[in-house]
Design a protein around this ligand. Structure first.
Ligand code: 5GP
Length: 349
């Protein structure tokens, strides 16, 4: 047994130190980033925030709403082949050029992808190869084989939290490595397994490793307020994936519940009992669920939340003197704190 003594940080452990700036207005801050991907060679110019591939977040409706803001969606993997085909063959190219097709590493996941690909030609630009534990040989081999088969597709793969496997995944063919084990709002991995890594440090360390190889990373999970999204970018994330922050909107999907005159929406982890009942006929005997289900008050159209997130991000940039999102991490100095928010009047909304 070994203990690592070095301090690891979460979003709650830091704040940005404000810096002198010549920026006149937050309206002048450019949030679009352009990336050229290491393996696919493709180029994208987008606001690099991705709705999570959960069936109560990453929907076709969310894709359409976020595309208006040049933001991405990782579509959940439970649509039917014909639904993906309709979506990717739609003439509305701005919508699907931002979409990630998500898959796991089973034969049936791959067969489904092949069927969609066959019917949609080159319409799928991004895929998200997603497993809970990105540390297995099988996963890295899958990424390698997928890269060989689809050299022009931009591959995001995860999840991992350390530099060594970030490098291994990039060398295996991933363009973007998805980073985060255990920080999610409806994740119970840390409770059930005791495994995890503080998310801000995971982002900082994996970004450093990926950038050294010309790769990119996506910080996935743990953002609860716009300031956390800014901290993820400040720590070096090229993309940030959001689940809970985009859940319970009109576009999110999720069963609607009416109670005491109010409207709620169900939101649950993709490894929760609810999800496994829905898609796998229950929790297999050899495993435990690693996600939970919550009921959230319905939040209306996602546009308002998007404006808050992007407005917060622009404001962060003006506080630290970054004219562009690209410059944010270079302009970032984090100060360690023991308190974030004054809660004298209760928890902040
Ligand atoms: P959030 O933004 O809600 O904090 O985190 C979203 C992320 O949580 C997702 O992108 C995914 O990586 C992770 N996640 C979603 N469902 C589950 C689950 O059931 N269990 C675990 N361990 N993680 C989950």
């Amino acid at each position: 047994m070994r203990i690592e003594e070095e301090l690891k940080l979460d979003f709650k452990d830091v704040l940005f130190r404000p810096k002198r700036s010549t920026l006149g207005s937050r309206a002048k801050v450019e949030l679009k980033r352009d990336y050229t991907y290491r393996h696919s060679g493709r180029h994208s110019e987008t606001v690099p925030i991705i709705a999570a591939n959960m069936d109560t977040v990453g929907t076709f409706e969310m894709a359409a709403a976020l595309a208006k803001h040049h933001m991405h969606v990782a579509l959940h993997k439970h649509y039917l082949v014909e639904d993906y085909v309709t979506f990717f063959n739609d003439n509305n190219h701005p919508v699907h050029q931002y979409a990630f097709y998500s898959l796991g590493i089973t034969d049936s996941d791959l067969d489904k992808f092949k069927a969609v690909k066959k019917a949609t030609g080159d319409a799928i630009e991004f895929v998200c190869i997603d497993v809970a534990n990105g540390y297995t040989e099988t996963f890295i081999d899958f990424v390698k084989r997928f890269r060989e088969a689809y050299p022009k597709t931009t591959i995001m793969a995860g999840n991992v939290v350390t530099a060594d496997i970030t490098e291994a995944l990039i060398l295996a063919g991933a363009d973007i490595v998805k980073v985060g084990i255990g920080p999610g709002s409806v994740c119970t991995t840390r409770k059930m397994t005791g495994v995890g890594y503080p998310q801000l440090s995971a982002i900082i360390e994996c970004a450093d490793a990926a950038h050294g190889l010309g790769g990119h990373i996506c910080g996935d999970g743990g953002c609860t307020v716009p300031g956390d999204v800014a901290k993820a970018f400040g720590g070096g994330a090229d993309f940030v994936m959001l689940g809970g922050m985009l859940a319970a909107h009109d576009e999110s999907g999720g069963e609607i519940v009416h109670q005491h005159g109010k409207t709620y929406r169900k939101f649950y982890g993709m490894s929760s009992e609810v999800a496994m009942e829905k898609y796998s006929g229950g929790v297999a005997k050899y495993r435990a669920s690693e996600g939970k289900a919550v009921t959230l008050e319905a939040r209306g159209p996602v546009d308002h939340t998007v404006q808050e997130v992007l407005g917060g991000l622009r404001s962060t940039c003006t506080y630290v003197g970054a004219r562009t999102l690209k410059a944010l991490s270079k302009c970032t100095t984090f100060v360690r704190v023991t308190q974030q928010i004054n809660e004298v009047y209760g928890k902040a909304e």
